[in-house]
Design a protein around this ligand. Structure first.
Ligand code: COD
Length: 300
């Protein structure tokens, strides 16, 4: 089992290097991550974006651009489209978001003709090591699905289970988060959470133990769960935190980064190829870890 993010990086080094098409590559943290990934033998890259800006950033990073293919496309939308096309045409194995908004890269990925859809719901998951907790925790969906309904939450859980499988967790424990641990019809998130738990009990969602509603404290702290008298196989030991909507997911993701100072790895799931998707403000290490996660998730 992969227990922390350094181990994730080491595991990625053992995999075959993947070629990443970087969309709007003129970003210092993205290029620093690409350089580090190449030096570690984790990935190679095609850089799509404004060549002058890429060249200037590469100079500051002492990054030798002759090691990379650079495709000059200064238009952000076209650069995203081109990077995705490189993957859908088999010329690259993964796409990575550079200096553009999340919705911009998602729209290119969703493009019906040249995108990376495979008929599944696409969702995002982020992996973090919470201090004091054993193993890694997967948070989903902080970035793509705005207000998922019940059946979309089922798909989001299944997608996140691909991450836990790659981390070596056989039967993940999923906490369906809400503000409280009791069902309250005025809080729809608690209703969905309870139904998801029952669906798992009845085998409608397989190979996962799901409980909810659980407030965040009960999901990740056994002490908090015990204090509230919650008896659950998931409370305190959740492997997957299912956010009820994008606001909760995104605020939680940013809290991990900005309040707790944690590194995070993020990837979009459910597409034909991995989409390495981090926030523009994320550090080079978070971007490198995200490349590592996408690499580790690749099936042999
Ligand atoms: N999985 C699979 N197909 C999808 C998904 C999905 N999650 N979302 C949309 N589609 C398909 C639809 O079925 C449809 O065929 C097509 O894509 C267009 O769908 P729309 O009309 O909903 O598309 P948009 O362009 O209005 O919205 C799609 C976005 C992904 C851009 C939108 O959901 C969005 O803005 N998400 C939040 C992104 C964001 O701002 N994140 C910020 C945090 S970093």
């Amino acid at each position: 089992m992969i227990k922390d993010l350094d181990e994730l990086l080491e595991r990625a080094k053992q995999k075959e290097a993947k070629k990443i098409a970087v969309a709007v590559a003129q970003d210092d943290d993205v290029l620093a991550a690409i350089k580090a990934a190449k030096e570690a033998g984790i990935a190679d890259a095609v850089l799509v974006g404004d060549e002058d800006k890429i060249t200037s950033i590469a100079k500051d990073l002492a990054m030798d651009l002759s090691d990379y293919e650079v495709i000059h496309e200064p238009n952000e939308k076209l650069a995203a489209k081109k990077a995705v096309e490189l993957v859908s045409s088999g010329k690259a194995g993964a796409v990575m978001k550079g200096l553009l908004g999340t919705a911009g890269i998602l729209r290119a990925v969703l493009d019906k003709e040249k995108g990376l859809r495979k008929g599944k719901l696409l969702s995002h998951a982020a992996v973090a090591k919470i201090p004091g907790r054993e193993g890694l925790v997967v948070l989903t969906d902080p970035a793509m699905n705005i207000a998922p309904d019940l059946m979309q939450k089922v798909e989001i859980i299944k997608n996140a289970m691909e991450v836990t499988a790659a981390l070596g967790i056989e039967k993940p424990k999923v906490a369906a988060l809400a503000a409280i641990e009791k069902v309250n019809p005025d809080m729809p998130a608690t209703m969905d959470a309870a139904v998801l738990a029952k669906m798992a009990d009845r085998g409608q969602i397989k190979n996962a133990i799901i409980d909810g509603p659980l407030a965040l404290d009960n999901a990740i702290s056994l002490e908090a769960a015990n204090d509230k008298g919650i008896k659950s196989a998931v409370a305190g030991v959740a492997d997957i935190l299912l956010a009820p909507d994008i606001e909760v997911g995104n605020v939680l993701y940013k809290s991990l980064v900005y309040f707790a100072g944690l590194d995070i790895a993020g990837v979009l799931l459910g597409a034909k190829a991995p989409v390495i998707l981090t926030s523009r403000a994320d550090t080079a290490r978070t971007k490198l870890l995200s490349i590592a996660l996408a690499t580790v998730m690749e099936k042999e």
